[in-house]
Write a protein that binds this ligand. Sequence first.
Ligand code: ADP
Ligand code: MG
Length: 589
Amino acid sequence: MRRLTVGQCAPLVFAGVMALMPLVLRGYPITLLSYVGMAATAALGLVLLTGVGGLTSFGQAAFVGVGAYATAWLTTAEGLSPWLGLLAALAATGALAWLLGMATLRLGGHLLPLSTIAWGLALFFLFGNLDALGRHNGLSDIPPAYLGSFPLRSANAGFYLIWVSLGLAMLACANLLDSRQGRAIRSLRGGSAMAESLGIPTFRLRLAVFVLAGMLAGLSGWQVAHVQRYVSPTAFDVGPGIEYLFMAMLGGAGHIFGAVVGAGLVTIARDELQDILPKLVANSGQLEAVVFGALFIVVLQRARGGLVPVVLRRLPSRVLSPPPDAPPLPRRTQPAAGTMLLAAQGLVKRFGGLAAVNDVSFDLRAGEILGLIGPNGAGKSTTFNLLTGAAAPTAGRIRFMGADITAEPARRIAGRGLARTFQHVRLRPTMSLLENTMLGAHLRGRAGMLRAVLRMDRAEERQLRAEAMRQLRRVGLGDMPHELAGNLPLGRQRVLEVARALAADPVLIVLDEPAAGLRRPEKLALAELLRALRAEGLTILLVEHDMEFVMGLVDRIVVMDFGVKLAEGAPADVRADARVQEAYLGGVA
Ligand code: ADP
Ligand code: MG
């Protein structure tokens, strides 16, 4: 029999324990656990949005309110079934999240969290001022959900309604995160440039996560409406919104279970404090808020990632088998050696008065390694950015694989077969080597979110995993696919970036100063790897500062200085060129 890992056992044990709760507990504890479940459903949305996607929202409670009021109004005023109310709650929160996301997700820095406070407050005041929603009194006499003709009215029925729907939501989220789209979502934290360079549409993905988080709040609102059977605005203020965020962070914002742990701790602790504080202090009104504030600070100090990761670190690590072999993914037809692959013509890039790149032209032919060298500030990185779509040229044209790619966005250029690495390594340190490499193969998969949630993407996942494994072996990292990328020394991180680039099945791979910061044996190994790749027919453009590294490796060199092309030719000729010696080598060569 196959041995189950901790990760596979925990959900089963958890589901079993929760299913037995109503048999063991009676009365108030069940009600309290129902509150935990409702809060956990909303906090689960923030686990996706904040913990995984890196977007902070203080407005989650407002979305819970939208879901709660949508179903409350439809089932009381219009007499619809609560199950239709569920669809309405999900549709309303999803649509609203989409609209707000379109309007605010492009805001950078602190503007997005600030805007969530703004619309959170706006919605809160809206609930309290609409006559149809009962103004400050809210709506009451909401019908319970029915199973057939059986009303889910009792405390136990409410408990199961909440925890079954939460359990399904957790399963859906776990499936999503363990998929091609989920990896892409997990790559969103820490900037878009890397994800875009792999062909991942970051804005669309952020919007999707925002909508999902909103819909989970909608589900929570539906639970509230039909278990509690009344809704009133106070529960949907920004205050509770901050509390949901606290729950997600306390539990461990990157983990599905963090939502339950955080919601459980906060809900139960508040309940206890409301009992204890009045006995200790006379006028204890809002004192629990102060206690929570202090707790928040302690968590931020002691366990920034939340409690679940702290526990996971203490558990024995998972039993891991190497990924099974799967039929290979389809490959691109590589252009015949010597054909024109990339042509830069009269490239200009100005920053204000400074021409960082000034009328630079060069060609790249299939199967060669071209070195682009020059002293610091020569304009190499800027040229690199123009070629890879990270920046648009002021003038000039770039053709790649017979198409004009001038000013095309990075992710489109990636789709045409150009893969890149970064001068300052950009990996996802908390993802494994295998997952980082699988990110590189993003465009070679097709599975969307729905297929992932329903787990219909397994065959493709196996292919992607096998492909990533092949690339890890190819670069010499095949012995530890499950190690976290952040644990590698810099030299091997650079090599991992090469594996990620190779997983895209590129025709051209562009490396920005790959030898920077490497020790000599690491440089030699990297040069060996690049030679091997060329032998396999890959074309390589190397932007490099390190002369020694370039000379023995490349077929041709383009030298830049002060934004212009100074020389071009075979390494030996370039080395002999007097202007190059003066500008770059300082007469050493
Ligand atoms: P290299 O990679 O060859 O060291 P860069 O392409 O990074 O050179 O820089 C070329 C010149 O352009 C430098 O003088 C640099 O200061 C300037 N530069 C690069 N990027 C920007 C920018 N975003 N804004 C203004 N100046 C820039
Ligand atoms: Mg540079």
